[in-house]
Design a protein around this ligand. Structure first.
Ligand SMILES: NC(=O)c1ccc[n+]([C@@H]2O[C@H](COP(=O)([O-])OP(=O)(O)OC[C@H]3O[C@@H](n4cnc5c(N)ncnc54)[C@H](O)[C@@H]3O)[C@@H](O)[C@H]2O)c1
Length: 275
């Protein structure tokens, strides 16, 4: 049964960072529901494209790949032009590309706040905030001219609340070197929330909706077991998210099911921000 309320069929979507863990999930879900999906990826690695997307998806005519560094305006403009020429002005933009510091990061980029390097702070803000701004500026302008569109910015619980540093304390016990979850990601992601509200009100009368989706930590089998244990103990639902568990929110925000929602923050975090 087709569900008109949640339909994205025939719509054109851009998903940035869709050769990453969550972005690929969003792209699969939109594709499976009949949308056309343009993947904006910093590096078009053939192996990633072939591992992440099935031959049917790649040859079906509804999936395209574009080399885009979201911090570089020219690469965004070129890719957007390709999408518009092939499929028309996008209806959906998922600003998913992001940069975070993992517990495996070297000590020079995960040490105490007092020594946190300025260039890393700038780099993380550049991707998570400036990059989101540049893609939104280019795509949103076209959507506004068309009088429709849905932009979904991917936030993070660490942009709503400060990271719980105790979760990472095991690193010092294990290696003798402290891991301090850095300030850069938290500060950059928090900017996404008011960026979303700004764009939402700016384009509200042009039919372009702009919302944030806030995920919490997603399970990866490469994560330290100590990290997973500590994280899950802090998590009300008692486990990390599975990568596909945000797809329902993407479909909701992308489709007419959320037609009266703009400037909002949809939090899907297993209850993390509830206490
Ligand atoms: N995985 C989590 O636990 C988690 C939790 C909360 C929020 N998020 C957010 O979800 C989004 C996706 O995260 P993920 O876990 O899939 O990460 P990921 O690292 O698997 O994917 C992110 C993708 O963004 C791309 N990217 C980085 N800089 C770029 C640039 N300048 N131009 C173009 N692409 C660039 C990377 O190449 C990568 O493919 C991010 O915004 C992240 O901050 C993730």
């Amino acid at each position: 049964m087709s569900d008109a309320l949640f339909s994205v069929e025939g719509r054109v979507a851009i998903v940035t960072g869709a050769l990453g863990q969550l972005g690929a999930q969003f792209a699969h879900e939109l594709l499976s529901r009949g949308a056309k999906v343009a993947v904006f990826a910093r590096t078009l690695r053939k192996s990633s494209m072939e591992t992440l997307y099935t031959p049917e998806e790649r040859s079906g005519g509804n999936l395209s790949f574009h080399a885009v560094d979201i911090t570089k305006k020219a690469t965004i403009a070129k890719a957007l032009n390709e999408v518009v020429e092939a499929w028309g002005v996008p209806h959906i933009l998922v600003n998913n590309a992001g940069l975070d510091t993992q517990p495996s990061a070297p000590p020079e980029v995960s040490g105490p706040f007092e020594q946190f390097p300025e260039e890393i702070f700038r780099e993380v803000v550049e991707v998570n905030l400036v990059g989101t701004f540049l893609v939104t500026q280019a795509v949103g302008a076209l959507m506004a001219q068309e009088g429709r569109g849905s932009i979904i910015n991917i936030g993070s619980i660490y942009g709503m609340l400060s990271p719980v540093q105790d979760i990472y304390a095991y690193k010092k016990e294990k290696t003798g070197i402290p891991f301090i979850k850095p300030v850069a990601y938290a500060a950059a992601k928090s900017g996404v929330y008011n960026f979303t509200r700004y764009c939402a009100t700016y384009w509200a009368k042009n039919g372009v909706r702009v919302n944030t989706l806030t995920p919490s930590g997603v399970f990866r089998d490469t994560q330290d077991k100590e990290f997973q244990k500590n994280y899950c103990e802090r998590m009300p639902i008692g486990r990390m998210a599975r990568a596909n568990e945000f797809n329902g929110a993407i479909v909701f925000l992308a489709s007419d099911a959320s037609v009266y929602m703009t400037g909002a923050n949809l939090v899907m975090d297993g209850g993390w921000t509830a206490w």
